[in-house]
Design a protein around this ligand. Sequence first.
Ligand code: HEC
Length: 149
Amino acid sequence: MSTSFTTSSARNVFYGGTAFFVLLFAALVFQTESDIPQRDRREMLAQNPQVAAGKKLWENNNCIGCHSLLGEGAYFAPELGNVVDRFGGGEDGKATVKAFIQGRPAEGIPGRRSMPQFNLSEKQLDEIADFLEYVSKIDTAKWPPNIQG
Ligand code: HEC
């Protein structure tokens, strides 16, 4: 047993294994990179000015300072990547998101974290809701694992 596994076979296992996993890694990176444009629906963002305007509002109002979006961001307030689905999906979900944002802050609930009032116009609320609907349609391979985010 000890004589059959020589220094040169150890070297071959090392070089062969390294080459195999480097190639596997390169193939997986290539596959992911070619999948992403379909999964994140970038064209929806580029071709829909309403969604793009919502993204700007999202950034300018620093929503990410409290919320996470698809896991990225702050963990003070709920994940919003799937909030339109959580609130019923489609037009109903969007209407509920708008009403929620308009109705803040919710006063008089002791111990509950509260969201400030942003004084957004009806048009801006529509844009934010369309942006959040767009995010909910990104193919995240079923992440987050449950509707609560
Ligand atoms: C200062 C922190 C803060 C900022 C900034 C903030 N939020 Fe919130 N948001 C919260 C908190 C806290 C809650 C949960 C409040 C509650 O349930 O009453 C919440 C809840 C929500 C919900 C409902 C989520 C759910 O599942 O119940 C939506 C939608 C929302 N925020 C959208 C936004 C948008 C859009 C922006 C940016 C314009 C924003 N938030 C900025 C703190 C914040």
